[in-house]
Design a protein around this ligand. Structure first.
Ligand code: FAD
Length: 478
């Protein structure tokens, strides 16, 4: 009896639920990854850091699976890689290989759930089973509910219940290596298509400080382990190396959430506790998306569907391109555009600015992030945007509006981050770095920056925008 393990957002050869169960239950196990045309063909750009991240991580995974098999006395293994629609390729390959079952780890996004249903139906029609497993979160779906059996919509009580339920059982690693002799060898001539064959060009990924694959995830985790004790004090400052930078690895499963949660739990102390809390936010938003798939394009709080947003194409373009005249927002957007990453504090500031200062619909900002973040994850991105826009569950109240200048003063005090990403402001003195338009003609001449010429004047007045936003929300709440 044999099975096919379908890798998706779990590109690792260790502590892998579907792989473990397949190896334990079947004599021969094949592995596949599909570059899904349904997803790839819809991406807006032929240079996409995520596609390259996946492509390079898939190569490492292929080699790791082969090594694992040989080390266990097997004949070698590895990944069959396809470039096709997954809902067609998986049933086809399963039939060709004559397997009894297809195993995969569960995905909570509505489109992925629909795809998996189609695959399961097609497989069932030819007598092949489809089974999926919890793998990418610690607690999923209905595992953490309120006392009355309802899903939580407020984070803190969810977190408390989550922590109460956590024990060693849920963070136990799946010992894949134990059964690794059961990997089926790859068919003769199986090759991983190169990036060009997938229709993509290389990006600047190799030049970023983001190592890929399982080895990259391990490297970042080791680096962060030495800093986790200071996480609470440093995590809000984008110019400081305070956070873990593990989000792309969590997104593509090149690290194991069980290993990370067990590590933070065992470490203890304020830093590790705060970091574990962030991992719980990740579970929380996956749970929200599972129970409320409508949030994909609708406000969690229905009354806010009545908000009348501004179209503002020019303001939106200024935000996208990092030329709003608010240095912290511009630095944030340029970090996103040039690296595919944005620090969490800046995501909050940039999202708040788009929705509350420019009055633009959160869905447009969410889409822009979705196209560019390497760690883009529907559940967390949607949750983060709806939090900032005040339309989400347990969101920032609508009347608490970030002031982009005071946020900048608090979290990039010296302007080090601004100067890194907005080099035209590098010579602006510290007292003007957060609001350079306040410089008079003499100060502008002294540092060689002409406002409106070398760097834009603010595209909106924050105090005026704040008033408009309060009115906009009040009207929707009536
Ligand atoms: P760390 O601070 O080291 O945190 C560790 C991990 O915890 C992260 O890798 C992430 O998996 C999880 N995490 C941290 N904060 C959050 C959070 N607020 N919500 C959910 N999970 C969290 N995160 C994504 O992974 N993908 C997204 O597309 C995404 N979009 C966002 C959009 C907005 C508007 C906002 C406000 C936040 C968004 N986040 C998203 C959450 C957060 O900003 C990133 O997870 C974090 O910046 C990643 O950096 P890190 O790995 O160094 O984080």
């Amino acid at each position: 009896r044999s099975a096919l393990v379908w890798f998706r957002r779990d590109l690792r050869s260790f502590d892998h639920a579907a792989l473990y169960y397949a190896l334990r239950r079947f004599e021969r196990v094949h592995c596949v990854f599909v570059f899904d045309r349904e997803i790839l063909d819809a991406l807006p750009d032929r240079q996409d850091r995520r596609v390259e991240f996946i492509w390079r991580s898939v190569q490492e995974l292929d080699a790791a699976l082969d090594r694992l098999s040989r080390q266990s006395g097997g004949a070698g293994g590895g990944l069959c890689v396809r470039h096709a629609r997954a809902d067609e390729a998986i049933p086809r390959l399963a039939r060709e290989l004559g397997v009894d079952a297809v195993y995969a780890n569960r995905d909570y996004e509505p489109a992925a759930r629909a795809r998996d249903r189609r695959v399961a139906e097609r497989l069932a029609a030819v007598g092949i089973a489809f089974e999926d497993f919890k793998d990418q979160v610690i607690f999923e779906r209905d595992e953490v509910l309120t006392q009355s059996g309802q899903p939580y919509s407020v984070f803190t009580p969810y977190k408390n219940a989550w922590l109460k339920k956590l024990d060693g059982f849920y963070t136990q690693s799946y010992p894949v290596a134990r059964y690794a002799a059961r990997f089926a060898p790859k068919a003769e001539g199986e090759r991983i298509p190169d990036l060009a064959a997938l229709g993509y060009e290389p990006t600047n990924l190799a030049g970023l400080r983001l190592p890929v694959g399982m080895s990259g995830g391990r490297k970042l985790l080791d680096d962060f382990a030495a800093r986790i004790g200071r996480y609470r004090e440093t995590r809000d400052f984008p110019a400081v190396k305070g956070v873990s930078y593990l989000s792309p690895h969590l997104r593509f499963g090149t690290v194991s959430i069980r290993e990370l949660a067990a590590f933070a739990w065992a470490e203890g102390g304020a830093g590790a506790e705060t970091w574990l809390s962030e991992l719980i936010w990740r579970d929380f938003y996956q749970m929200i998306l599972w129970h409320h798939p409508r949030v994909v394009d609708a406000s969690f709080k229905p009354e806010y569907e009545r908000i009348v947003w501004d179209d503002a194409p020019e303001l939106f373009a200024a935000w996208c391109e990092g030329r709003t005249g608010y240095p912290i927002v511009d630095a944030a957007m340029r970090q996103l555009n040039t690296t595919g990453y944005m620090h969490n504090r800046l995501r909050m500031i940039a999202a708040s600015f788009l929705t509350k200062d420019l009055g633009v619909d959160w869905r447009r900002g969410e889409r822009y992030f979705a196209d560019r973040l390497i760690d883009y994850d529907l559940a967390s991105n949607n949750g983060g945007w709806q939090w900032a826009a005040s339309t989400g569950c347990d969101a920032q109240p609508y009347f608490r509006i970030f002031n982009p200048v005071t946020q900048s003063q608090r979290f990039d005090r010296e302007g080090a981050f601004i100067r890194r990403y907005v080099p035209e402001l590098a010579r602006v003195p510290g007292k003007f770095i957060h609001a350079p338009a306040k410089m008079g003609a003499a100060d502008q001449a002294a540092c060689g920056v002409r406002i409106g010429h070398d760097y834009p004047a603010p595209v909106v007045d924050h105090a005026v925008a704040r008033g408009l936003t309060l009115t906009r929300f009040a009207a929707a709440r009536m």
